[in-house]
Design a protein around this ligand. Sequence first.
Ligand SMILES: [Ca+2]
Ligand SMILES: [Ca+2]
Length: 193
Amino acid sequence: MHPAVLERGEVPFRDVTEQAGLHSKGWTTGVTLADVNGDGRLDIYVCHAGLGDGGLRANELYINQGLNADGVPTFVEQAAAYGVADSGYSTQAVFFDYDRDGDLDLFVINNSPRPVASMPVKNTRNERDLLGGAKLYRNDGGHFTDVSAARYLRRRDRPGPGRRRERREPRRLARYLRGQRLLRARLSLHQQG
Ligand SMILES: [Ca+2]
Ligand SMILES: [Ca+2]
């Protein structure tokens, strides 16, 4: 921020939500900024949760259209077209290139809608929940495909030729998440210092 702005007592931010075409409804839980389509402009992915209308729970992807005549970036919501309108109980998401093919894939954390105490005693780790389980989406040329069951959460149920690759992918994801935790810890130390 330019110091002159503070000296003049001006408000450095202005609300351009409507002008930008952002119109989220329902209960929003998390937001992620990433250049999803690789055009050099940051796009916005919004996570939703909450009981009731599943339509209001669909996550949104706002694709950046560039600046309008007033210098405000405008967005068009295209989650369904990209295949990422996840209607689970989402809390947060991250875009990263998990298969190293040059495009951004998507990992979404979905919270379980059921209290842990209500679950049976048996181990349900390998049972998929459509709305409550974390999801891994692979970017296939601009459209995302849910590969959670095949590539990640149920890998132990799928022996065969692809087994080695399937074992590597969760390890890559764990390495990435570990790196993110370290980065956050360093930023925190830096800010405290
Ligand atoms: Ca973009
Ligand atoms: Ca990729």
